[in-house]
Design a protein around this ligand. Structure first.
Ligand SMILES: Cc1cc2nc3c(=O)[nH]c(=O)nc-3n(C[C@H](O)[C@H](O)[C@H](O)COP(=O)(O)OP(=O)(O)OC[C@H]3O[C@@H](n4cnc5c(N)ncnc54)[C@H](O)[C@@H]3O)c2cc1C
Length: 505
C-alpha cells in the first residue's frame, strides 16, 4: 500500500491500515511539520472517537495547549476590549452531553495533531515514512500500481497493491487519475496570521473563548488563542496577503480595540472553495481528504471529514487485503463518503454566508439607548445566523450509511453510544473487526461459527443496563468503524447471505 501525502489524512489512513497489519509506505515531501499554518483548530467529537479507538485521544489532550476546560464559548464583539454582542456556549462539541459521545471535542492546532500522528505512525512496524519524497506519476495495471517517487537521491519506482491519494488540494494523484474538482470558488480573499502578544489575554474584556469574532469595519475578523502563552491566530476577512502584511499592525490594533504589542510570526492567505472531486476512485487508486473535497473552514469540518474518509477506506482495504472483505466493500467507499462530504460542503457554505464583515452595522460601540438597541439587534441576528455553525453535532455524529451497498435492512447509522455499567464506553467493548452486540439471552452460535469458517474477526458482547436499552435492536452487528451493518431481533440461522452483503462479496 502506498499513501501519497503525510498530512493529517494520509497519516490517519496509515494508522488505520498499519494497526491492522497492512504494510504502508507514506510518501511525504515535508521533512518536518510546520507551525506556520495552524489551520485546523477544531478536532471534533467524531475524530476524537477515532483517536480513542486508536488509543491516542489522551495523548492529543496532553499536548493540546488549550484543554476543553479552558472554555466552550464563542464570543462576538466589536473588539477584544470593546462591547460584547453575542455569545454561544457549549460550542463545537467541547462540552459533554451524557451518553451521546465518549469524547468531547478538542481544540488543537493542526500541527499538534500532525506531530502526534507522525509519532504514532513511527511506532507502527508496518508503516514506513518516506520523508522528503513526492509522488510524481503513477500507472496501474490489473495486478497493481507502479508509482514514480522523486526523492532526495532522484526518482525511483515503487510497486503497490493500492494507492491512497491524500496529497491535498493540489493532488498529483488526482491529476494522474484525470479526476477533477467540481464546484465553486469564493472570490473574497482571507489572510490568516499567527502572532505573539503576551499581554493580550489579560486585556480581553470578554473572558476566555475559543473564538472571538470582531464585528467592526476596521478589522472584521475571527481570532483566538493558540495557547495560554501569548500565541494567537487571526483570520482577517477580505484582506489580500500584500495589503495585510503591510497593514498587520493596524488590523491587530483594530481587532483588539487599542494598540497591542504584537509580533506577526507567519501569514497564510486562503480563499474558500466548495468542491467535490468527480470521481474518488479509479481502479486501485483512491482519493481522500482535501484531495477529494474542499469546504470553507467555518464550523471546522475539512480535516475531520478527511479523517472520516481515511477510517472508512482504511478498514475496508485492510479487510480486503486480509481476505475477509470482498470487492464490493471497496466500491462502497464513494457510495458512503460522497453524501457525507456533500452535506459538509453545503453546511460549511451556509456557515460562510454570515461573517463578521456582513454583521457590521452603525452604532455597535455607541453609548446609551442607541448603542444598546444596535447591539440587541446584532445579538438577534448573530444567534439566528450562526447557531448552526457552533452546534453541529447532528452533522458530525448522525452520519448514516443507510443507502450503502454493504449495510443490510436499512441499518448504517453510527452505533448509539452508551456508558457501560463498569464505566467504560460501549465503544471500548467493540473488537477490531466485526462485533455482534446482543441483549442478554440472544443466541450467537451459528453466526460465530460462520465468521470463524470465513476467517472474519468477530467479537461478541452481551450488554446490559442502559447500554442494552440504547441498542437499536436485540442483536446488532457493528463494523470496525462503529457503524451498524445490520440489526434484528436475532442473528439469522443462516448468516451467510448477511455476511456476503456486509462484507461486500
Ligand atoms: C483557515 C483554515 C482553518 C481550518 N480549520 C479547520 C478546522 O478547524 N477543522 C477542520 O476539520 N479542518 C479545518 N481546516 C481544513 C484542514 O486544514 C484541511 O482539511 C486538512 O489540512 C486536510 O488534510 P489533508 O491531509 O487531506 O491535506 P493536507 O493537509 O493538504 O496534506 C496533504 C499532504 O500531502 C503532501 N503532498 C503534496 N503533494 C504531494 C505529492 N506529490 N506526493 C506526496 N505528498 C504530497 C503535502 O506535503 C501535505 O503534507 C481549515 C482550513 C483552513 C484554510
Amino acid at each position: 500500500m502506498l499513501v501519497a501525502g503525510g498530512g493529517p489524512v494520509g497519516l490517519a489512513a496509515a494508522v488505520e491500515l498499519g494497526r491492522r497489519g497492512i504494510e504502508c509506505l507514506v510518501v511525504e515531501p515535508r521533512e518536518a511539520v510546520s507551525h506556520a499554518r495552524p489551520r485546523c483548530k477544531t478536532v471534533n467529537v467524531r475524530t476524537m472517537e477515532h483517536l480513542r479507538r486508536w488509543g491516542i485521544a489522551d495523548r492529543l489532550r496532553e499536548r493540546a495547549p488549550l484543554s476543553p476546560a479552558f472554555s466552550t464559548d464563542v464570543v462576538f464583539c466589536t473588539s477584544l476590549t470593546g462591547h460584547e454582542l453575542s455569545r454561544f456556549t457549549g460550542v463545537l462539541g467541547l462540552a459533554p452531553q451524557g451518553d451521546r459521545f465518549p469524547e468531547v471535542g478538542q481544540q488543537a492546532p493542526q500541527y499538534v495533531l500532525e506531530e502526534l500522528l507522525r509519532e504514532v505512525v513511527g511506532e507502527l512496524d508496518t508503516v514506513t515514512p518516506a520523508l522528503g519524497a513526492r509522488v510524481v506519476d503513477l500507472a496501474q495495471d490489473p495486478e497493481g500500481v507502479t508509482v514514480t517517487v522523486a526523492g532526495p537521491h532522484g526518482p525511483s519506482t515503487v510497486r503497490a497493491d493500492h494507492v491512497l491519494g491524500c496529497d491535498g488540494p493540489r493532488s498529483t494523484v488526482r491529476e494522474c487519475l484525470g479526476a477533477r474538482y467540481v464546484g465553486e470558488l469564493a472570490l473574497r480573499p482571507n489572510l490568516g496570521m499567527v502572532f505573539r502578544a503576551p499581554d493580550l489575554e489579560a486585556r480581553v474584556r470578554h473572558g476566555p473563548a475559543v473564538q472571538y469574532w470582531t464585528v467592526n469595519p476596521e478589522a472584521p475578523a475571527l481570532l483566538g488563542p493558540l495557547d495560554r502563552d501569548g500565541t494567537w491566530w487571526i483570520i482577517a476577512f477580505g484582506v489580500e496577503r500584500g495589503a495585510g502584511e503591510r497593514d498587520a499592525a493596524r488590523i491587530l490594533d483594530a481587532a483588539v480595540g487599542g494598540p497591542v504589542d504584537a509580533t506577526v510570526l507567519s501569514t497564510d492567505p486562503w480563499t474558500a472553495r466548495m468542491q467535490l472531486v468527480d470521481t474518488a476512485r479509479v481502479g486501485r487508486v483512491f482519493l481522500a481528504g482535501d484531495a477529494a473535497h474542499l469546504n470553507p473552514p467555518f464550523g471546522g469540518h475539512g480535516l475531520n471529514t478527511g479523517i472520516g474518509d481515511a477510517v472508512d477506506l482504511g478498514w475496508k482495504l485492510a479487510a480486503v487485503l486480509r481476505g475477509w472483505g470482498g470487492p464490493r466493500l471497496l466500491d462502497s467507499y464513494e457510495a458512503e463518503r460522497r453524501p457525507v462530504q456533500d452535506r459538509v460542503v453545503r453546511a460549511a457554505t451556509a456557515n460562510m454566508r454570515t461573517l463578521s464583515t456582513d454583521l457590521v452595522s452603525d452604532d455597535l460601540d455607541a453609548d446609551g439607548p442607541v448603542g444598546r438597541e444596535a447591539r440587541r439587534a446584532a445579538d438577534h441576528r448573530i444567534q439566528e445566523t450562526k447557531h448552526a455553525e457552533f452546534h453541529a453535532l447532528d452533522l458530525v455524529l448522525d452520519v448514516d450509511h443507510r443507502c450503502s451497498p454493504v449495510v443490510a435492512d436499512g441499518a448504517g447509522e453510527r452505533l448509539p453510544h452508551a456508558w457501560l455499567p463498569d464505566g467504560r464506553s460501549l465503544y471500548d467493548a467493540l473488537g477490531p473487526g466485526l462485533t455482534l452486540l446482543t441483549r442478554p439471552g440472544v443466541g450467537t452460535t451459528a453466526f460465530t461459527r460462520e465468521c470463524a469458517r470465513r476467517g472474519v474477526p468477530l467479537a461478541v458482547a452481551a450488554v446490559s443496563g442502559e447500554a442494552a436499552r440504547r441498542l437499536p435492536a436485540d442483536a446488532v452487528l457493528v463494523r470496525p468503524d462503529q457503524h451498524v451493518a445490520w440489526r434484528g431481533p436475532t442473528p439469522p440461522d443462516d448468516p451467510a447471505p448477511l455476511l456476503d452483503r456486509v462484507l461486500g462479496r
